[in-house]
Structure formats: C-alpha cells, structure tokens
Design a protein around this ligand. Structure first.
Ligand SMILES: *Cc1c(COP(=O)(O)O)cnc(C)c1O
Length: 399
C-alpha cells in the first residue's frame, strides 16, 4: 500500500488512513501486535539488526509494530517529521526534557500548566540543576525578559487550564527562534483536530493521549512530536535506554480513538459552546471562561489559531468555595473527577484539587477563585447537562 502523504490530505483523512500497514492477512482494521520481542531469520540478521545495519524490530521497548502505526498516524495529523509514543503524558514531557536538556540549562514556562508538569520541573529536573522560571501565558514582555543565555526551552499549554487563556503560538515561536530556544506546546486541550502548533512555528508538541486522543477514559499514554533532528537521537534514546515506552495495547486503543477524534472534538466544542452561552450572564454566576464567547479577551486570537474552541468551560459561582462545593455535590450526571477529555462530562473544583498546591495569594494572582468550577463537556445530550446544572444551581442558591 502506498504511504499517505500528510501534506496532501486533511487531518480527518489522516486520522483514519495514515500509518496503515496491512500484513499478508489482508486485515482492514489495524492489528494489535502484543509481542515483547521479535525473531530473526538467522544469526546474521540478528547481528545486522543490533548493529543497526538493517532496519527492523528487535524488542518492543525500542519499536513495536502497533505503536509505530500510532506514531505515524499522529505525526501525520500534527504535520510532524517524527512522533515518539510514550507511556504517559508525563513520560512524554520527561523524555523531551531529558532528551533535549542538560544540567545547567533553563526553562521558561507558562505559570498555567498542568500541576504535575510544575512538580516535574520543580522537584525532579531541579535535582539535575535544570531551573525553571514561570511567566504569565499571554504576557509577551515577561517571556522575553525571563529568557537568559542558559534558556533552552519555552514551555506552554494553550488554551490554559482552567481559565482558557490563549497564547499566540506564532508570536512565541518567533521569540524562541530569535533567542535560540525551542518552543514546546502541550497540545492536549485542542488536539491536532483543532490546532497544529508545528505549523505555527512551534518546535515540539507534547500530548497526553490519555485525554482526548483516547476520548473514552481507558488508557494512559503520551507522545512527543517534532523534527527528526531533535527527536531521532536525543528523545528516542531516553525511551530505548530509559524505558517509558507506550504499550502496544494502549497504542491500539489510541489508534481507534484517533479515527473519531475530529468528530468528537467538533461535538465537544459544539456542546461546550452551548453550555457556556447558557451559563453566561445567568443569575448566581459571576463569570464564564470559554474562548468561544465573544467577550473572551482573546476570542479573535482563538478564532484565528484554532479550528474550534474545545470542550472545557469554567465559571465562577457566587458564594465562594461553599457554593462551588454545593453545586458540584448537587449535580447528578457530571462525574466528580479531575480528569478531562472523556465522553462523560466531568466537574472539578480547581482551588482544592488540581491547583491546591498554590498559596491563597498565588491562587488570587492566577485567577483560581474559590468559587471557580471547571467542566469538561462530554457527549451526553446538552439539554440533560443543562437540566443537571440548573437543578444544582437552584439547590446552591437556596442555602
Ligand atoms: C493530563 C495531562 C498531562 C499528563 O498526562 P498523563 O497522561 O496523565 O501523564 C499533561 N498535560 C496536560 C495538559 C494534561 O491535561
């Protein structure tokens, strides 16, 4: 079968077709190769593979046929030369950092990144003399001012979690290039169905496949994407010699997830937009955060940079933490969990869960109000989700 040219097709075609390598059996769906090792036809072939004189599989910590199909498909969707699949999203960030940095290097990171990423930077990388400075996601002067001659990576997520702030990827990519740094974008919230950071000038894309790429809350996995020259030796060797490799079973589940990614992201976005609109200006609600709202401060940038606005909506309920907790406890359909990107809608109180490590002052500075509630909108009927929120809001205001 001819290899699919990623430049020729749209992201949804690539999601279904890219990377397919049917075996002699002629199967239509991608096969699952649950094998830890591969056999050689003779001793000479084994020697040639180990010497890297002949390409081919040796052992599934190095390469696995099902994982490779996932890597080629996601690479095509992100318009990347290379994808390296990892055991988790954190495994992807760790592998990228260990592969691209050395002791003494410096990271400038958005303050609004996934909590565990901050712990990885502050508690793990710091032990190896890699320091991190934090800046506000959309304060471009602050990014420029924080870069030193030791800075190697600029690191961000856009939209941010939970306040859906948007970074201008192109602008930060220009800054990174001017100052000889690499721009790393964790594209978990948008996925390539809604945003392709490499086409906007980013050097590296990170994924937690656990979220929307799976989309149904089943498996943990991640990926690092970018130019062969950056990933081929440096990052790949972290997997080969360090071991945070994706399991073939998980790769197979993610492959099936990718096939419906575009449809799901469109549906997540459509339902989330309806919920955001419905919450906006409602009695008892002080503020709604959703990039699709015309009054979102970076609505136009989001429109330009993303194909749609995504499935995450946050809002502040009047009455602080007690009201937020009452609201959460009075929903029936929403799952109370910090996870997101599932077909099941979820509800979270950031101030006491995902952002509990921040001091009260830091929370105030970064907009994590006591009454802030985050929703990840799934695929239930929007009318049912609204009814559920309505009932919970009424119960909340009665107390
Ligand atoms: C969940 C998440 C991660 C970490 O991914 P895991 O698969 O849980 O290791 C990284 N970045 C973002 C934005 C996430 O939401």
């Amino acid at each position: 079968m001819a290899k699919i040219d990623p430049a020729r097709y749209g992201v949804n075609t690539l999601a279904v077709r890219a990377g397919r390598q049917p075996t002699a059996e002629g199967e239509h769906s991608e096969p699952l190769f649950l094998t830890s090792s591969y056999v050689f036809k003779d001793a000479a072939q084994a020697a040639a593979r180990f010497a890297e004189d002949e390409p081919g599989n040796i052992y599934s910590r190095f390469t696995n046929s099902t994982v490779r199909v996932f890597e080629e498909r996601l690479a095509a969707m992100e318009q990347a030369e290379r994808c390296i699949a990892t055991a988790s999203g954190m495994g992807a960030i760790l592998s990228a950092c260990l592969g691209l940095l050395q002791s003494g290097d410096h990271i400038v990171s958005s303050r609004s990144v996934f909590g565990t990423t901050v712990n990885l930077f502050n508690k793990v990388l710091r032990k190896f003399s890699i320091a991190t400075s934090y800046v506000s996601l959309s304060d471009y002067d602050a990014w420029a001012a924080a870069i030193t001659d030791k800075t190697r990576l600029l690191y961000l997520e856009t939209p941010s979690n939970p306040l859906t702030e948007i970074a201008d990827i192109q602008r930060l990519a220009d800054l990174a290039r001017r100052r000889s740094c690499l721009l790393v974008v964790d594209n978990c919230f948008c996925t390539p169905a809604l945003q392709q950071p490499l086409l906007l000038g980013a050097d590296i894309v990170i994924h937690s496949a656990t979220k929307y790429l799976d989309g149904q809350g089943r498996c943990i996995g991640g990926a690092v994407l970018g130019r062969e020259e950056l990933l081929g030796e440096n990052v790949y060797h972290i997997l080969k010699y360090g071991g945070p490799t994706m399991s073939p079973f998980n790769a197979w589940v993610f492959l099936k997830g990718l096939e419906t990614l575009g449809l799901r992201m469109t549906a997540h976005s459509r339902s989330a937009a309806q919920i955001a609109d419905w919450l906006n200006g409602r009695a008892g609600i002080a503020k709604v955060y959703y990039p699709g709202l015309a009054d979102h401060p970076q609505h136009e940038l989001a429109q330009r940079q993303q194909q749609d606005f995504g499935g995450i909506v946050s809002f502040v309920v009047n009455g602080g933490k007690d009201a937020a907790w009452r609201l959460i406890d009075n929903t029936e359909l929403f799952s109370i969990t910090a996870n997101l990107g599932d077909s099941k809608s979820t509800i979270t109180h950031p101030a006491t869960t995902t952002h509990n490590r921040l001091t009260d002052e830091e929370k105030q500075k970064s907009g994590i109000a006591p009454g802030l509630v985050r929703l990840s909108i799934g695929h239930e009927d929007v009318a049912d989700l609204k009814d559920d929120l309505e009932t919970a809001l009424t119960a909340t205001s009665k107390n």
